[in-house]
Design a protein around this ligand. Sequence first.
Ligand code: HEM
Length: 140
Amino acid sequence: MASSTLTNLLQSLRIVPQLGHSKSASSPTIEKPQKKPQVKPILTEITLAEVAHHDSFDDCWIVVYDRVYDVTRFLREHPGGDDVIMDHAGRDATIAFHGTGHSSDAIEQMRDFLIGELPIEQRIFRTGHTSKVLSLGIPE
Ligand code: HEM
């Protein structure tokens, strides 16, 4: 490939700047990729009363740090066993979850099961008055 053709190709792919087209050859304009605005997903509000309906092996929800997780399909895969989660089926499992000292991988994995969060008046941890809990590494 002739070097000018190669240069054209690299320029069209924006791998090298298009010197000839910029306002000043000494300071070519390189387009910055547009940052997408970071929008936090809005979680569905789920009350403790609703969570309480999901307390069986075939339909198991738990609450951890005021967020609601449907762990039904995870129960059999849970490395700590299904029984420890079933002890908290349909209820708050935060203290047990935290007490076990889960790894950051485990905390990351929780996102797969997140289905909602408690309404503000039922929250214990993420009340808006403290950011203490966020330093524990629970996914934002
Ligand atoms: C969505 C919720 C949960 C996820 C994704 C999860 C994930 C995991 C993972 C990946 C491990 C392997 C060790 C690690 O990486 O930390 C683990 C171990 C364990 N988990 Fe969970 N877990 C969840 C909920 C719970 C709950 C509610 C309890 C309640 C007691 C619990 C108790 C345990 C125990 C006892 C172990 C074994 C620790 C060990 O043998 O050292 N987990 N979990």
